[in-house]
Design a protein around this ligand. Sequence first.
Ligand SMILES: NC(=O)c1ccc[n+]([C@@H]2O[C@H](COP(=O)([O-])OP(=O)(O)OC[C@H]3O[C@@H](n4cnc5c(N)ncnc54)[C@H](O)[C@@H]3O)[C@@H](O)[C@H]2O)c1
Ligand SMILES: NC(=O)c1ccc[n+]([C@@H]2O[C@H](COP(=O)([O-])OP(=O)(O)OC[C@H]3O[C@@H](n4cnc5c(N)ncnc54)[C@H](O)[C@@H]3O)[C@@H](O)[C@H]2O)c1
Lengths: 203, 203
Amino acid sequence: DISDNTIKRICSIFGSLSAMEKRGVEFVSSKELAGYIGSTEYTVRKDISILGVTGYTRRGYEVSGLKKELECKLNLSKKKKACIVGLGRLGTALLDYEKFQEDGFEIVAGFDCSINRIERLNTHIEVFQISYLKDTIQQRSIELGIIAVPAKSAQEVADDLIEAGVKGILNFAPVKIGVPKHIIYLEMDFTNALRFIAARSSL
Amino acid sequence: DISDNTIKRICSIFGSLSAMEKRGVEFVSSKELAGYIGSTEYTVRKDISILGVTGYTRRGYEVSGLKKELECKLNLSKKKKACIVGLGRLGTALLDYEKFQEDGFEIVAGFDCSINRIERLNTHIEVFQISYLKDTIQQRSIELGIIAVPAKSAQEVADDLIEAGVKGILNFAPVKIGVPKHIIYLEMDFTNALRFIAARSSL
Ligand SMILES: NC(=O)c1ccc[n+]([C@@H]2O[C@H](COP(=O)([O-])OP(=O)(O)OC[C@H]3O[C@@H](n4cnc5c(N)ncnc54)[C@H](O)[C@@H]3O)[C@@H](O)[C@H]2O)c1
Ligand SMILES: NC(=O)c1ccc[n+]([C@@H]2O[C@H](COP(=O)([O-])OP(=O)(O)OC[C@H]3O[C@@H](n4cnc5c(N)ncnc54)[C@H](O)[C@@H]3O)[C@@H](O)[C@H]2O)c1
């Protein structure tokens, strides 16, 4: 079994390779890759070999080839379906966020508990009242639920998403929620980003 | 000089210590800390000692003590001033985001290029037309600029923030912007979070 931390590092390697490919870089050494993602040369080679990927030449890894292999092993090229619960300011900003599509996810539905909010929204993505959550998730095989409701409703929304059958949850509400072990759960808060800026400006 | 990657790791250690303190944990080993943040035992000890912090006992690091020392060395306890440029859906959601205050930042101003948008906003934070950016940043000693404008305006806004004298920029627009070396720059996009969820669900 591959650990979460190993997967996060491999995703960062994939991110660096995509950026290099856009810049036209052909080869990259494990030392350079380690520098980009904040890891060590030894760990980069170990992480890549865990996925059964080989191909290190005298000039290093071949950027496009390695990127394609990682994309396939991580199953990043298959588009997955996602939905957003909570269509307030943040939720509607996320509905329009064009980068989702580039990263392998497709927003196929939005939900809110306020009928007034749903009727006033002008968006190309279909929006529903929260009572249609379970049926819509099952009918459209939605794998990822994105939580953009106030903190006090986040746990209840998470429970409903899990019961409806999602595989993963991305939580934007500033509150810790409990999920069963089989659910992939990430909090989207920029605490670490703010701390880094504060720390960097004083060291 | 301490590298960006080292600072990011130390900020993650600080984050883990705060969470442990809330749970009432008294001691933690470097091995446990390494597991929480995805690092190695050796690197955790090295990173902490770089800041000149000692105090490893037979039972491990003392959680509250180490947290306080890191908070002081990273200068996280002093509140820094921030502003948001772009008061659309995302920008107004950020104006109200109560977690900013907890993480050592205080939003003291918002800016937008649309007068209509500024007049309609009902918020406790003072909002200005974009032409007042430089004067307000200098008068209020604002150190961090947060970009929440459409991608096509992000570079121009970044240039204005830098000219006005900010130390750091947190960019939410999905576009790469160029900044001089002395500016601390971070992009806030959840590509890595989405990739991790996609990869974890298939491995
Ligand atoms: N992590 C970040 O980057 C970030 C940034 C800004 C805001 N936030 C957080 O995102 C959340 C949303 O913020 P916002 O500014 O959009 O708030 P908002 O009040 O504008 O929107 C919340 C929406 O959720 C709906 N809602 C409430 N309870 C619901 C439920 N049980 N089921 C379905 N819909 C429900 C409301 O009708 C409303 O439309 C908050 O928790 C906020 O703290 C996170
Ligand atoms: N990283 C993320 O998590 C995330 C999520 C959603 C949206 N976004 C991005 O955030 C940005 C804002 O999204 P939104 O949905 O709030 O858009 P929006 O259209 O609702 O708001 C944009 C605001 O910026 C203002 N503006 C435009 N040009 C400006 C300039 N030169 N100076 C000052 N103000 C200016 C507009 O008047 C408007 O009020 C977009 O770039 C979007 O792609 C990021």
